[in-house]
Design a protein around this ligand. Structure first.
Ligand code: ARG
Length: 258
C-alpha cells in the first residue's frame, strides 16, 4: 500500500515538474518585447510634456527618441521620473536611457554615458513684466530665484551672491511661484522660458538679460552600456541624414536647426 502511494506521489511530482518546465519553455519561446525605456521629467515643454487631452507624451525629445527608436527597431516607452531621480533610475536599470533636455556636464558625465549633443541651449531669466530692477544675471544678487531641482539652472543660481534659491520639482511650479509673487525671477533653459511666455506667460512676465552658459543636451545611457550609446549615436546620425531630425526640429521650434 505504502509503495503504491509513493509511486503515485512521485508521479504527481513528475507531472508538476514537467508542466512547470513547460511553462518556462513557453515563456522563453515568446519573442521578448523590444522596448526602449526612456526616462524624462515630463513637465518641460516643448521638450517633454503630457498632452492635456490625450495624456500622451509629446515634445521634441519624445519625437527624437521615437525616430531614434525606429532606426533601432525598438518601441520607445516614456517613463515620467523626477528630474533629480533620472540618473539614479538609469543606474538602477529601471530605465535604459534619459532624454529629458539634459545638459551634458562633466559632473553628470562621471555617472552616465552621453550621446553626441542633439540640441544647443542656454540659461535665461524670466521676471514679472513690471520688474525694472533685474535686467541681467548680475542683478539677481540677493534676489529670490525659483528653479527646478537638480538642473543646471539650480546649480548656476547657487553661485550668485546672497541669492535666495527656491527649488521646485518642476519648472511649471517655479513659474507659478513667480506669478504668485513668491519669487523675483525664474532661471531656466531659454527655449523652455520662451515657450512658457509664448503660451500665455507673456501676459505678466518677460525675458531679460543675456544668455548664460552655452549648454548642449545629450541622451544619457548607463556608464556600462557603451553598446547602446554607440547605437543611439548611429541612429542620431541617420535621422540627421534622412531629414527626420530637421523635420522634428522645425515642427517644435518653427525654424531650421542651427
Ligand atoms: N537642461 C537643464 C539641465 O540639464 C534642465 C533640464 C530639465 N529637464 C526636464 N525635463 N525637466 O539641468
Amino acid at each position: 500500500m505504502l509503495k503504491r502511494w509513493m509511486a503515485f506521489a512521485s508521479l504527481i511530482l513528475l507531472v508538476l515538474t514537467l508542466s512547470l518546465a513547460g511553462c518556462g519553455g513557453n515563456q522563453s519561446a515568446q519573442p521578448a518585447a523590444k522596448v526602449l525605456k526612456v526616462g524624462a521629467e515630463a513637465t518641460f515643454p516643448p521638450f517633454e510634456f503630457q498632452d492635456e487631452k490625450s495624456k500622451e507624451y509629446a515634445g521634441f525629445d519624445v519625437d527624437i527618441m521615437k525616430a531614434i527608436g525606429k532606426q533601432m527597431g525598438l518601441e520607445v516607452q516614456i517613463v515620467n521620473t523626477g528630474f533629480d531621480g533620472l540618473i539614479p533610475a538609469l543606474e538602477g536599470s529601471q530605465i535604459d536611457a534619459i532624454a529629458s533636455a539634459m545638459t551634458i556636464t562633466d559632473e553628470r558625465a562621471k555617472r552616465v554615458n552621453f550621446s553626441k549633443p542633439y540640441y544647443k541651449s542656454g540659461l535665461s531669466i524670466v521676471v514679472k513684466s513690471d520688474n525694472v530692477t533685474i535686467n541681467n544675471f548680475k542683478e539677481l544678487e540677493g534676489k529670490r530665484i525659483a528653479v527646478q531641482i537638480g538642473t543646471t539652472g539650480a546649480e548656476a543660481v547657487k553661485k550668485i551672491k546672497d541669492a535666495k534659491v527656491r527649488e521646485y520639482n518642476s519648472a511649471s511650479e517655479a513659474y507659478l511661484e513667480l506669478k504668485a509673487g513668491g519669487a523675483d525671477a525664474v532661471v531656466n533653459d531659454l527655449p523652455v522660458n520662451e515657450y512658457y511666455l509664448a503660451k500665455g506667460g507673456s501676459k505678466d512676465a518677460k525675458l531679460v538679460g543675456e544668455i548664460l552658459n552655452a549648454e548642449e543636451y545629450g541622451i544619457a545611457v548607463a556608464k556600462k552600456n557603451t553598446e547602446l550609446a554607440g547605437k543611439i549615436n548611429k541612429a542620431l546620425d541617420e535621422i540627421k541624414q534622412n531629414g527626420e531630425y530637421a523635420r522634428i526640429y522645425e515642427q517644435w521650434f518653427g525654424k531650421k536647426p542651427q
